[in-house]
Design a protein around this ligand. Structure first.
Ligand SMILES: Nc1ncnc2c1ncn2[C@@H]1O[C@H](COP(=O)(O)OP(=O)(O)OP(=O)(O)O)[C@@H](O)[C@H]1O
Length: 267
């Protein structure tokens, strides 16, 4: 890995900032086959903020995402989610923690032949007795919650439509409604708009931004679209060649920094 300049950190990261944070990453490192992909990355996702993770292709964004819930095991460093040190958890506790995180993926991960509402109800599986799942007899309160979540992403009128009949943007909104229905308060969205058209992309980002501003969710979302990141995010974390390049308010991510971030990848 090439040597690069130190990270741009507009704030001094104080312990105060980490207190009550949704995610605290400390000195996280990961190598694949001896090649360093994350190199002592430290960053913070404050509670109740919409944070966008940026960086050139191959800089380690997905690896960082996966390390957060140990879908990929980091080699060193720590991750703390809402006060729990994820990197110290035993398997059962790790499973329980993962159920408390709403995941949104690029490929939506819906059951295509199920209706929108049944896909959202999948978020309630962990707390629903098996017989109810098998007979698709979800509790009335779970159905009400699922409908409210679909309403909050503008899809109440599509609740009984099969997922496969919805547009890509609508399917991604169902996936977000499913994350809301988990009542997880932390959403990890890995490139959620990469297969969407511009209008649907903005729609999805508005929903994630509102989830933070109006509902107090903490959202970490990786994107390739810097313009959209600057417009929608409260905070930006940027990686370059596996190292932290920037961690601060979106307003402090200047055009010069943006140019540096992507120029390094081209050189
Ligand atoms: N399981 C793996 N085994 C070996 N190498 C891997 C593995 N996962 C990722 N890598 C490598 O790690 C580097 C970082 O990959 P990662 O997917 O984290 O980057 P990214 O920033 O998310 O890229 P993109 O924006 O293109 O999705 C890449 O060089 C990739 O080839």
């Amino acid at each position: 890995m090439k040597s690069i300049a130190p990270a741009h950190l507009p704030h001094d990261r104080s312990l105060g900032e980490e207190e009550g944070a949704a995610i605290v990453v400390r000195d996280l490192s990961k190598a694949f086959d001896g090649r360093v992909v994350l190199d002592r990355v430290s960053c913070t996702v404050p509670a109740g903020q919409f944070v966008v993770l940026l960086g050139p292709s191959g800089c380690g964004k997905s690896t960082l995402f996966r390390c957060l819930t140990r879908l990929v095991e980091p080699d060193a460093g720590s991750v703390t989610i809402r006060g729990t040190e994820v990197t110290a958890l035993k398997p059962a506790a790790l499973e329980a923690l993962r159920r408390e995180v709403g995941f949104v993926f690029q490929q939506f991960n819906l059951v295509k032949r199920f209706s929108a509402i049944d896909n959202v109800l999948a978020a309630r599986l962990a707390t629903t007795p098996l017989w109810r799942v098998l007979l698709r007899r979800f509790r009335a309160r779970d159905r009400q919650l699922a409908l409210a979540c679909l309403d909050s992403v503008g899809l109440m009128d599509q609740a009984y439509q099969r997922a496969e009949r919805l547009s890509g943007g609508q399917q991604q909104r169902v996936a977000i409604a499913r994350a809301f229905a988990q009542q997880a308060e932390l959403i990890l969205a890995d490139e959620p708009i990469s297969s969407l058209d511009p209008e649907s992309s903005e729609n999805v980002l508005q929903i994630l931004q509102r989830a933070a501003r109006e509902r107090g969710f903490s959202v970490l979302c990786s994107l390739h679209q810097v313009d959209l990141a600057v417009r929608y995010a409260d905070r930006i974390i940027a990686l370059r060649q596996g190292r932290l390049f920037f961690d601060g308010p979106a307003a402090a991510f200047t055009p010069g920094l943006r140019e540096d971030l992507y120029r390094a990848a081209r050189s």
